[in-house]
Design a protein around this ligand. Structure first.
Ligand SMILES: [Zn+2]
Length: 362
């Protein structure tokens, strides 16, 4: 089954729907490569969740006489039996195989299309399936999000402009006000400095708030080394195995010292260009944006370009709570940019946050 009459993208395998009744919406004529005509039907199943274009010859007309009637078990001694046929009830929830097929048709760890337009019953029923397949979970403590919004009290004035930029990134990407700045008197979440030196984090989300490592934040040789005091743009090249920079593991909240690197694994090499002061600002905005992502219910991904990237699915021997598969290095090609270095949200970051909203995690 294709997503459009252009027949470029397959979205379902009909082998999985041998017994599904599809309803025909329209027929389209497609010119094949040999300049012949072929008919394709645009069809949808009853719940309208599995839909697309199918070669007409792959479909058989519906034959009511051949449907199998599943008998409902009758309680013994329940009086007279009637000949009234039991009407099959249409399930209000998507079937697990339909859901799995939608997940298989979506890019890795990126919920797209119909996965973001199911019913609230679907999300409730299959929350754990979504958690596992998209590395998400209900991580914020109760009361952090009220009416889909968290209000953040920033304890240090120095951090306010960084937090504001991180908030703006999520709010504009999601098209809604997920985060606001709160006050000491009125807030649902706290953000301030903490000490991540021993544990090895630059930033950490702990359920009801976020901490940024005080020492690294004030160390201007971190994470890029000694930078020239200049308003001229510079270019820095980094490799993901470069522990000493601290940027190596892509994101902040991970113990740089905790990793063992094998010589035969693939490392991502990346470059970043900008005025030194801007590079440092962007890095810390990226750290905070990443931690806000955790509050929205996002675990890590193995994609360096994502704000939620992490080099490994396991840190300090502990695997993250929800994980489609484990990984020990980034999947991106060399030259990919992103993560906390650019502080940009990818479509995958945004789609996952839309999913966690539908799952009721924020
Ligand atoms: Zn993290």
């Amino acid at each position: 089954m294709y997503n459009s009459a252009k027949l470029t993208k397959k979205i379902h395998n009909l082998k999985n729907y041998k017994k599904t009744t599809f309803y025909s919406k329209k027929r389209v004529t497609v010119k094949t490569s040999k300049n012949k005509k072929a008919y394709y039907m645009y069809v949808a199943n009853k719940s309208n969740k599995i839909k697309g274009y199918v070669y007409s010859k792959y479909l058989k007309p519906y034959q009511p006489g051949k449907t199998t009637v599943v008998k409902t078990p009758s309680t013994s001694g329940s009086g007279s039996s009637t000949n009234t046929p039991t009407k099959p009830t249409e399930p209000t929830v998507i079937s697990k195989s339909d859901l799995e097929s939608l997940i298989a048709a979506s890019p890795d760890l990126d919920p797209t299309g119909q996965l973001l337009s199911l019913t609230s019953e679907d999300y409730q029923t299959y929350a754990s399936v979504f958690d596992k397949n998209f590395n998400v979970g209900d991580y914020a403590h109760k009361g952090v999000f009220n009416n889909d919004q968290a209000s953040i009290y920033v304890e240090s004035q120095q951090l306010v402009p960084y937090v504001q930029k991180a908030i703006d990134k999520w709010n504009s990407a999601l098209g809604t006000t997920a985060f606001t700045l709160g006050t000491r008197e009125n807030h649902s979440m706290v953000l301030g400095f903490g000490d991540g030196q021993i544990a090895g984090w630059d930033g950490v989300f702990y359920g009801s708030g976020i901490a940024v490592d005080y020492t690294s934040f004030h160390d201007h040789t971190y994470p890029y080394g000694r930078l020239p005091v200049s308003n001229e743009p510079i270019t820095i090249t980094l490799t993901s195995d470069d522990d000493s920079t601290g940027v190596g593991d892509g994101v902040a909240a991970h113990a740089a010292s905790g990793y063992h690197y094998d010589a035969d694994v693939h490392y991502v090499t990346t470059t970043i260009t900008g005025v030194p002061a801007d590079l440092l600002e962007t890095y810390w905005v990226g750290v905070i944006t990443h931690e806000l992502g955790h509050s929205l219910g996002l675990d890590h991904t193995p994609y360096f370009q994502d704000i939620m990237a992490a080099q490994s699915g396991t840190e300090n021997g502990q695997s993250q709570e929800n994980m489609k598969y484990d990984w020990t290095d980034y999947k991106d090609a060399n030259g990919t940019q992103g993560g906390t270095m650019t502080a940009k949200l990818t479509q995958r970051d945004i789609d996952r946050a839309k999913l966690t909203k539908l799952l009721g995690y924020w």
